[in-house]
Design a protein around this ligand. Structure first.
Ligand SMILES: *Cc1c(COP(=O)(O)O)cnc(C)c1O
Length: 460
């Protein structure tokens, strides 16, 4: 058979694409019987991954896609370290703890050197931990008063999916305040209609996923202060600062959203978003030690002592934590500020360019929330929908999300461009040129009516 002939006639050929394996398809549903060459299999898998989008051009994500070579080195030497083995890897545990206190200080905890917090796989796990602590705290309080504890709820604006998960997995009613009119986040005036004695916490988002806008944490706290004055209800705040936790302290330092507000008891952030660490790390920090109920903490042996841990996972990679610490030491405050400010400037530049193109109404211009831009298509027949534009621009590798706003504003479709570390002004210029080229194309080749209610799957 041909395959054998090749092997015998040219036994020394080690070209991957001359190997028997390269003339077969990889099994999709079962483990192959025999071992295969590392080099050949690795190449075939790399080739398959070519079909993924190019991460650097993915302007739909908030996550890090640019990492210094030193981060790759640190990740490489940490690939075999399990961060949960605090006894075996005490320095990784020490570095995790330093990161917690650095964040506590950055977010103005009144006891930043002693307060408690931990790393997680991302903001989703951190949100679960924050929500659980709130639920426990509320329940303990209710039990002490001899009151019913069967109907906990939490109140928020348009939250990320992780809070829907938290609510369902941990049996908490999610009360989302819907967006009305031109609102892009929670309206604190409406809070009083949603909170009650069973509210475990209010969760404002610093950097709403849909719109990039910050929800007004201080105004939310003030509304809850007023509520307490009238009703005696003392409802704590957890801030979901998945993205904003690493933007606001650097480029909007005067904005009061963190532990400067006494009602803010815990904050989560994603190290792998604007924390600039590689994928797989988030953080949660409590304002003070007492804000985390002790029943939730497990003690792990640690160098003959005890290491308190609170997490949903057990085994987890240590490299992301080490890389986070590297970024803190490498960049310092000024480095983070410089990078985040450059992202904000580029977002605002893009916003101006997009507005000047004509068909778009800017919804968020990148000036006072996250470094991103969101916009809608002006009413009228433009010959394309935002979904068509996303499709068209994808031909050049750019990935830009188009989606409807959440409940009450779900008739509004928006497009969102996220700017992150590694998106230079030059790269932004290339994107703008491609957007303009796509608009020119649609002028002569209209693809659909621009009402755009639903994703268009036509690729003509
Ligand atoms: C991204 C995001 C999350 C989820 O974070 P992961 O790190 O992806 O788990 C939660 N909340 C907000 C506001 C986010 O932007």
């Amino acid at each position: 058979m041909t395959l054998h002939k090749k092997r015998t006639t040219d036994i020394l050929s080690d070209d991957i694409f001359d190997s028997p394996l390269s003339e077969t398809s990889l099994p999709k549903f079962e483990l192959p019987q025999h071992s295969q060459g590392a080099r050949e299999i690795s190449q075939m898998i790399k080739d398959e991954l070519l079909l993924d989008g190019n991460a650097r051009q993915n302007l739909a994500t908030f996550c890090s896609t640019w990492l210094e070579p030193e981060v790759h080195d640190l990740m490489n030497i940490s690939v075999d370290k399990n961060m949960i083995d605090k006894d075996e890897y005490p320095q990784t545990a020490e570095i995790e703890s330093r990161c917690v206190h650095i964040l506590a200080k950055l977010w103005h905890s009144p006891s930043s050197e002693v307060t408690i917090g931990c790393s997680t796989t991302g903001s989703s796990e951190a949100a679960m931990l924050g929500g659980l602590a709130m639920k426990w705290r509320w329940r303990k309080h209710r039990e002490a008063e001899g009151k019913d504890t069967s109907k906990p709820n939490m109140v928020c604006g348009p939250v990320q999916i992780c809070w829907h998960k938290f609510a369902r997995y941990f049996d908490v009613e999610l009360r989302q305040i819907p967006l009305d009119g031109e609102e892009v986040g929670m309206n604190p005036d409406k809070l009083k209609d949603y909170v009650d004695e069973n509210t475990i916490c209010v969760v404002p988002t610093l950097g709403v996923t849909y719109t990039c806008a910050y929800e007004p944490v201080e105004a939310v706290a003030n509304a809850l202060d007023t509520l307490q004055l009238h009703t005696g209800l003392d409802i704590p705040i957890h801030v979901d600062a998945a993205s904003g936790g690493f933007i606001a302290p650097f480029v909007q330092p005067e904005l009061r959203w963190d532990f400067r507000i006494p009602r803010v008891k815990s904050i989560n952030t994603s190290g792998h978003k604007y924390g600039l660490a590689p994928l797989g790390v988030g953080w949660i920090v409590w304002r003070e030690v007492d804000d985390l109920p002790q029943e939730l903490v497990f003690d792990v042996d640690y160098l003959g002592g005890n290491m308190p841990t609170f997490a949903l996972n057990f085994s987890r990679p240590g490299g992301q934590i080490i890389a986070q610490y590297y970024n803190f030491m490498r960049l310092g405050f000024d480095g983070y500020r410089g990078i985040q400010q450059a992202c904000m400037d580029t977002a605002q530049w893009i916003s101006k360019q997009v507005e000047a193109m004509g068909p778009f109404d800017i919804l968020y211009d990148g000036s006072d929330g996250l470094p991103g831009v969101s916009y809608t298509l002006k009413p009228g027949d433009w010959g394309f929908s935002l979904y068509d534009l996303s499709d068209r621009i994808r031909m050049r590798g750019w990935q830009i999300a188009s989606y409807p706003l959440p409940a009450h504003r779900d008739g509004t479709v928006i497009q969102r461009i996220m700017i992150r570390h590694g998106v230079s002004r030059d790269m932004a210029g290339l994107l703008i040129a491609d957007l303009q080229r796509a608009l020119d194309h649609f002028k002569t080749h209209p693809v659909s009516d621009s009402s755009g209610g639903h994703p268009s799957f036509s690729h003509n």
